[in-house]
Design a protein around this ligand. Structure first.
Ligand SMILES: [Zn+2]
Length: 322
C-alpha cells in the first residue's frame, strides 16, 4: 500500500457480501500491504520482507484476528477487549496496528456495544476490518461507523471463465448452472467442484421429497445430514424457501437459485401460505446464526425441529389455513 493510499485508510472497514466472494483473501492481502516494509508500486505487499512473512504465517505482532468459527462460539466482549488492548499498544514492526473480525455477525450484543466504543474513538494508526456474509445481522450502529465495501457476484460468464482457468477439467460440468446454485460466488463454486458437494444436494432434495410422502423419517434424515457441515443443509433449505417465495410472486424460473427443481418447489409452494414461508425463512436464518455463534447448540435437535416443521408444512395431508 502506498503511503498516499495508506493515509486514506479508514479506521474501520466492513467487507460484506455472500460467502465465496473472496472477502477473507482480500482482507489478508490488505493487511499484508499495510504492514509490508517495502510495499510495491501497485499497492500490494512485497511477499519478501519479514512483515509479509509474519502476516502469511499468522504471527505478525501488530495484527490480531478474531475468528472463533471453528470452535462455534460467539464473539464476546472479551474478544473485543483483546482487540482494543492490541490496538492501543505501540506498533512493534509496522506503522499500522490491525485487526480482523470474522464472521462479524456472530458478535454478541454486548460485544457489538463494546466494539462501538472502540470505533467511536479508534486508537491512532489502527485499522479494524469486519467481514460478514450476512450484513443485515450486524447492528446498524456498527455498520454506520465503518466504510462499507460490498462484494457483488460477477456476471456468470465472467465467473465461468475464471472457474475454467482454475479447474483442470470442467468439460463435463455445467458451470453456469453450478454458479446459479451458489449465488454466483466463484470460490463457493470452486469448493463445490473440489469437494463434490452437489451429490449431497441431490440426496437432500430426495430426503425432503420422501419426508413429505412419509417414506423416510426425520430422524433418519437428520442422521444423514449430520455427516455434513450443518451449514450445507441449512443453506439449501434456505434457498428452497427463498425460491418458493419467488415462485409465489410469479418470478420467472430463470431467476430461481434452484431452477432445476422448479417443478418440485412449485408443488411445495402450493401447500403453504407466503407469510408462513417468510417465517420459515427467518427461522432458518436464525438457526444458521445460532449454529455459528453458540457452541452449546444441539445440532441434531436443531435439524430435527427443522425437519418436523418441513413435514408439517409440506406433507400430503397439509391444508393451508382458510
Ligand atoms: Zn513485504
Amino acid at each position: 500500500m502506498s503511503v498516499l493510499a495508506a493515509r486514506r485508510m479508514p479506521h474501520a472497514l466492513l467487507l460484506a457480501g455472500p460467502a465465496g466472494m473472496g472477502k477473507c483473501i482480500f482482507a489478508s492481502k490488505l493487511i499484508q500491504a499495510l504492514t509490508c516494509e517495502q510495499p510495491q508500486n501497485d499497492g500490494q505487499g512485497c511477499n519478501f520482507c519479514s512483515g509479509c512473512y509474519l502476516q502469511q504465517v499468522g504471527s505478525h505482532p501488530d495484527h490480531i484476528k478474531i475468528s472463533p468459527q471453528e470452535g462455534r462460539q460467539g464473539i464476546s466482549v472479551d474478544h473485543i477487549r483483546q482487540i482494543h488492548h492490541q490496538l492501543t499498544l505501540s506498533a512493534k514492526k509496522s506503522r499500522f496496528k490491525t485487526a480482523i473480525i470474522y464472521p462479524a455477525e456472530i458478535m454478541t450484543l454486548s460485544a457489538a456495544n463494546s466494539l462501538l466504543k472502540v470505533l467511536e474513538e479508534p486508537p491512532g494508526d489502527s485499522v479494524i476490518i469486519l467481514i460478514t456474509n450476512i450484513c443485515s445481522q450486524l447492528p446498524a450502529t456498527i455498520r454506520s461507523r465503518c466504510q462499507q465495501l460490498w462484494f457483488i457476484p460477477p456476471p456468470l460468464e465472467e465467473a465461468k471463465i475464471w472457474l475454467q482457468q482454475h479447474v483442470p477439467s470442467t468439460q463435463n460440468l455445467d458451470l453456469i448452472s453450478l454458479l446459479r446454485l451458489v449465488g454466483g460466488a466463484p470460490l463457493r463454486a470452486l469448493k463445490y467442484i473440489d469437494q463434490s458437494l452437489l451429490s449431497f444436494r441431490e440426496q437432500l432434495i430426495n430426503d425432503l421429497f420422501f419426508l413429505s410422502k412419509e417414506k423416510i423419517t426425520f430422524l433418519d434424515i437428520a442422521q444423514n445430514w449430520l455427516k455434513e457441515d450443518l451449514e450445507e443443509p441449512l443453506y439449501w433449505v434456505l434457498t428452497f424457501a427463498e425460491d418458493m417465495i419467488r415462485i409465489k410472486n410469479k418470478v420467472s424460473t430463470q431467476w430461481l437459485i434452484n431452477p432445476d427443481i422448479a417443478h418440485l418447489l412449485q408443488f411445495f409452494s402450493e401447500k403453504i401460505q407466503i407469510d408462513i414461508l417468510f417465517s420459515f425463512l427467518k427461522r432458518i436464518e436464525h438457526d444458521l446464526w445460532l449454529w455459528k455463534s453458540q457452541s452449546s447448540v444441539n445440532s441434531q435437535l436443531l435439524l430435527e425441529k427443522l425437519l418436523i416443521d418441513w413435514f408439517l408444512y409440506f406433507n400430503e395431508d397439509y391444508c393451508e389455513y382458510p
